[in-house]
Design a protein around this ligand. Structure first.
Ligand code: BGP
Length: 492
């Protein structure tokens, strides 16, 4: 037997892509609510409609920089896929029953900050929002499902983004601290597994997280990173104080990375690229301090981070209990990337890997990379790990009888679960759980599309907002059920 008894098998979602009910139950607006749909295959970006200080309106791409002073708005004539998303808000009982039927014993979901504090920094929390998640967690426990809660998953309150530039400002950090304290107290005994900040390593890259000038203004970006680290460490510390049985992990977008060739210059490009994009974040959150190369880089750039007394110590006190990460694909670094083709990935890009095939959205499919990752992370940190996102975004065809034959997804899942099994059985890594991404269809974060589906459960909803939200089981549902119910032994 390879996967240990009690291994956590489940699925993962995020409020802003799944819940809908974007103004229901006293919820306020988050930046994600102002992000339109897009089209990842034809390269049409998601965008924000913003109001400039002089009152004029502009459209700004998700990956672009939003000028300081611009305020994102909801335009009544524009379609926003996340406003209803796939409507967990009105289907949570039905959905949790389906997760249980699939064999899940864990369910990763995020709390939407703006359901609890509609503006992010309100005096008192919104009871209706608190009650909503309490009901959801209780429903999970009815089926023996442990909730795994992401505290912050891309839903910066719009008020804090527009008025305070998100996590660039200390005001937002203080508001976040109040938010975490409230949820840890309220859900004590109901939630035992937590993740602090989703994909903390890409959080400063997008306006979705509230930072306006994040590309041109390096001081802003570094200050924001510092505040995110302090926010995460605070959550771990207070979470342990409120309930010492809480297990709290980080969340990093951690694809595998390779040098383009054995040319030492390519190897160096990979080392520095991986340092910058992944290991920096892991090192701070697991070890509790900035690595030497980063301290030197900040000095050279003339960037001085504004710290409050005690924050260096807080970083050490708030190191995580486990290392959890999203894994979709791998990335190739080259000393001269312009000489090779560009490849897409989960918010990251690299040069094309001639050995690997890619999804319809250009993300390379690389199961062995996951085993490489698990080994590298285990070698480096020696703390338990969890794969909290993994999956294949693909277009599904519904047959006349309503069935969906998603063999491509089953193959992807099988190949990735097999390497996790090898990593546990042969390499001896400490892996505690697996929550594939979007085990029920939801809105894509990168493109805003519905047709980029990850689910084992289909939801009747399309890119134009048509559909009645009916749930149905794809072939992959039955495959995953077999895997989960055999504790990962039956993979054929
Ligand atoms: C990660 C996010 C998720 C999710 C996933 C798939 O970056 O944590 O929110 O969306 O990627 O990406 P996409 O939705 O762009 O296909």
């Amino acid at each position: 037997m390879s996967f240990p008894k009690g291994f956590l098998w489940g699925g993962a979602t995020a409020a802003n892509q799944y819940e809908g009910g974007y103004l229901s139950g006293g919820k306020g607006l988050a930046v994600a609510d102002t992000l339109t749909g897009g089209d990842g295959i034809h390269g049409i970006p998601r965008k924000f409609i913003v109001e400039m200080p002089d009152g004029t309106r502009r459209e700004i791409g998700n990956r672009d920089e939003v000028p300081a002073g611009a305020k994102a708005i909801v335009d009544p004539d524009t379609y926003y896929p996340s406003h209803e998303a796939t409507d967990f808000y009105h289907h949570w009982k039905e959905d949790i029953a389906l997760f249980a039927e699939m064999g899940c014993n864990v369910y990763r979901l995020s709390i939407n900050w703006t359901r609890i504090f509609p503006n992010g920094d309100d005096e008192t929390p919104n009871e209706e929002g608190l009650q909503f998640y309490e009901d959801v967690f209780k429903e999970c426990h009815k089926y023996g499902i442990e909730p795994l809660v992401t505290i912050y998953h891309f839903d910066m309150p719009l008020h804090l983004a527009n008025e305070y530039d998100g996590m660039v400002s200390r005001h937002t950090l203080e508001a976040f601290k109040r938010y975490v304290e409230v949820i840890f107290k309220r859900y004590k005994g109901l939630v035992h597994y937590w993740l602090t900040i989703n994909e903390i390593n890409i959080n400063t890259n997008f306006m979705m997280n509230g930072v306006h000038e994040h590309i041109s203004n390096k001081q802003n970006a570094e200050q924001c990173r510092w505040h995110l680290f302090v926010a995460s460490a605070y959550a771990v510390k207070i979470g342990h104080e409120i309930d010492p049985t809480n297990k709290i992990g980080l969340m990093i977008a951690h694809g595998a990375s390779y040098p383009y060739s054995c040319n030492p210059e390519d190897v160096w490009a990979e080392l520095t690229g991986a340092h910058d994009q992944k290991w920096f974040y892991g090192d701070v959150l697991v070890r509790g301090y900035y690595p030497a190369w980063k301290v030197k880089a900040l000095e050279r750039a003339g960037i001085t981070i504004q710290k409050e007394e005690g924050e260096d110590e807080l970083l050490k006190e708030g190191v995580v209990d486990f290392y959890s990460f999203s894994y979709y694909s791998s990335q190739v670094f080259a000393a001269h990337p312009e000489e090779h083709g560009v490849s897409e990935g989960n918010q990251t890009m690299g040069v094309k890997n001639p050995y690997l095939k890619a999804s319809e959205w250009g993300w390379t499919v690389d199961p062995l990379g996951l085993r490489i990752n698990l080994n590298q992370i285990w070698d480096r940190y020696q703390i338990p790990m969890m794969v909290v996102e993994n999956g294949l975004g693909a277009i599904d065809k519904v047959e006349a009888d309503g069935s969906i034959h998603d063999d491509y997804r089953i193959n992807y899942m099988r190949d990735h679960i097999k390497v996790m099994k090898d990593a546990v059985e042969i390499d001896g890594v400490d892996l505690m759980g697996y929550t594939p991404w979007g085990h029920i269809d939801l809105v894509s974060a990168g493109t805003g599309e519905m047709r980029k589906r990850y689910g084992f459960i289909y939801v009747d909803r399309d890119d134009e907002g048509n559909g009645n939200f009916a749930r149905s089981k794809k072939d992959s549902f039955f495959y995953m059920q077999k895997v989960y119910k055999s504790n990962g032994e039956d993979l054929d």
